[in-house]
Design a protein around this ligand. Structure first.
Ligand code: SAM
Length: 204
């Protein structure tokens, strides 16, 4: 029953954010956002493989936008961290969170657990990593899964290779046929969730 309620909650969150998907303009033009239905299927794959769990996994979306991926993941991981560089986009996080909480309450669904930390800053900067540590207690080299929707995927990969722990996972949304390779990472799964959209790497 609890699993069914969680499933219904994740479904409602995906439907809610899908409304904010098409033709959305940010400061830098059209903004791509993760389809949470697709993320859901990918996460089921990761759970099946034992690569993600609620008790242990610490997750970081390196360009979190309006925080949708973080909100979704907060139900499925121990801690959900997101960092966003654009102040106007970052402002939306709190607005969307309040809206979705109201919608979930009305439907008697599960409210997001208090394990989410969103921060305005450049994910590539040491200052942002230090701020995340100060607020959450997690160092960059304690993160289990990093995420990006293509954005700066190569620079984030470099950052992970240089600073994350060995074995840290890197989930990239948006690749399909042509998959980049990164020196210092191995390809774990070219098509997580079998939707031709998400790729999983692991730091060696
Ligand atoms: C394609 S959007 C994806 C948003 C969200 N992760 C999702 O999938 O729905 C990428 C976001 O990364 C942000 N971004 C770009 N460079 C960044 C950086 N160096 N540090 C933090 N955020 C960054 C952009 O402003 C944008 O909001």
């Amino acid at each position: 029953m609890i699993d069914q309620k969680l499933d219904n909650t994740l479904q409602a969150i995906s439907e809610f954010f899908n409304r904010y998907k098409v033709g959305y303009e940010g400061n830098k033009g059209y903004r791509k956002t993760t389809d949470l239905f697709k993320l859901h299927r990918a996460v089921e794959d990761l759970e099946r493989l034992g690569l993600i769990n609620k008790e242990q996994t610490v997750f970081w979306d390196l360009g979190c936008g309006d925080g949708r991926v973080n909100l979704f993941m907060s139900y499925l991981v121990k801690f959900s961290i997101g960092t966003e560089i654009e102040p106007t986009i970052f402002e939306e996080c709190e607005i969307r969170k309040t809206e979705i909480e109201d919608a979930l309450k009305k439907k008697h669904l599960l409210l997001p657990p208090p394990n989410m930390f969103l921060y305005l800053g450049d994910s590539l900067s040491k200052a942002t990593q230090d701020a995340v540590f100060r607020h959450t207690g997690y160092l960059f080299n304690e993160i289990d899964i990093f995420y990006t929707y293509i954005t700066l995927h190569d620079l984030f990969a470099e950052q992970i290779i240089n600073n994350a722990k060995s074995g840290a996972l890197y989930l990239v949304y948006g690749f399909s046929k042509i998959l980049p390779s990164y020196d210092g990472m191995e390809l774990v799964n070219p098509d997580v969730g079998k939707q031709n959209i998400m790729t999983l790497y692991r730091k060696l």
